[in-house]
Design a protein around this ligand. Structure first.
Ligand code: GTP
Length: 230
């Protein structure tokens, strides 16, 4: 079975987001996929009908057949969720040699989000602004209170990435991002690209121009989900 991976020396990269609601996971992921369409694939947990079991990782592995990088777009805000991702890869991956499969964490929240008033204000504002343009969180009109409760719930339960213990010690690279301004995602996209260029050096990625960054970001901001689960 290992043979179907070919003789290629390149690695495969699973990029795992760790965040709460509205941190810009989807915007950042879409911009990255726009910049490197043949290299970076993106799978959104929110687009999976009944996202139980190992469907997210199964979908990610399918994307990795044709592309070297996949972003698994999900909050993964607790240790147990991160552990599940590693376990699902262990269980489902039969093709990529373990030494060639690298895990990268997009760590949107370095500080304790429970004490971060800016995080609450920024993400709440974004979600209200997004209104009903989401697969499951509807924040227009009467939906506001429910959406606020959902955002709060994720912030309350959040367990920060801790590279000193499992499962987070299994990440080969942790990229620290910021949600400190309403427009934080643009800088985050650039931070991820620069990290990928140096860490995934086998892929020989070329740094996009400023115009390319702006173009990719603009169309990511215009995204409207096509899946509606409510
Ligand atoms: P959930 O899927 O609800 O957990 O959110 P998420 O973390 O995927 O955040 P998403 O990328 O959907 O961003 C939430 C909203 O904020 C969307 O409407 C985005 O368009 C908007 N947004 C995110 N980042 C930025 C940014 O840097 N600038 C601007 N102007 N809007 C942003």
């Amino acid at each position: 079975r290992l043979l179907s991976f070919g003789d290629s020396q390149i690695c495969k990269y699973a990029v795992v987001t760790v965040a709460t609601i509205g941190c810009g996971k989807t915007t950042t992921s879409l911009a990255l996929a726009n910049l490197f369409p043949n290299i970076i694939g993106h799978i959104q947990n929110d687009n999976i009908r009944r996202p139980v079991g190992n469907k997210l990782v199964a979908g990610a592995l399918e994307i990795l057949i044709n592309r070297p990088i996949v972003i698994l777009d999900k909050n993964d805000h607790k240790f147990i969720e991160r552990k599940q991702i590693f376990d699902d890869f262990d269980q489902l991956n039969e093709v990529i040699p373990t030494s060639k499969l690298k895990f990268i964490c997009l760590n949107f929240l370095r500080n304790r989000p429970q004490e971060d008033k800016d995080l609450w204000n920024i993400t709440r504002e974004r979600i209200l602004e997004r209104g009903d343009n989401h697969q499951t969180i509807k924040a227009a009109g009467k939906g506001i209170t429910k959406a606020e409760k959902i955002i709060q719930g994720f912030i309350k339960r959040f367990q920060p990435v801790d590279p000193g213990r499992e499962p987070d010690s299994k990440f080969d690279l942790i990229i620290n991002l910021d949600v400190t301004s309403p427009d934080s995602s643009y800088a985050n996209v650039k931070t991820v690209v620069d990290n990928l260029i140096s860490f995934a050096s086998d892929l020989n990625l070329t740094r996009p121009t400023e115009e390319q960054f702006q173009e990719a970001f603009k169309s990511a901001l215009d995204y409207k989900p096509s899946v509606n689960k409510i």
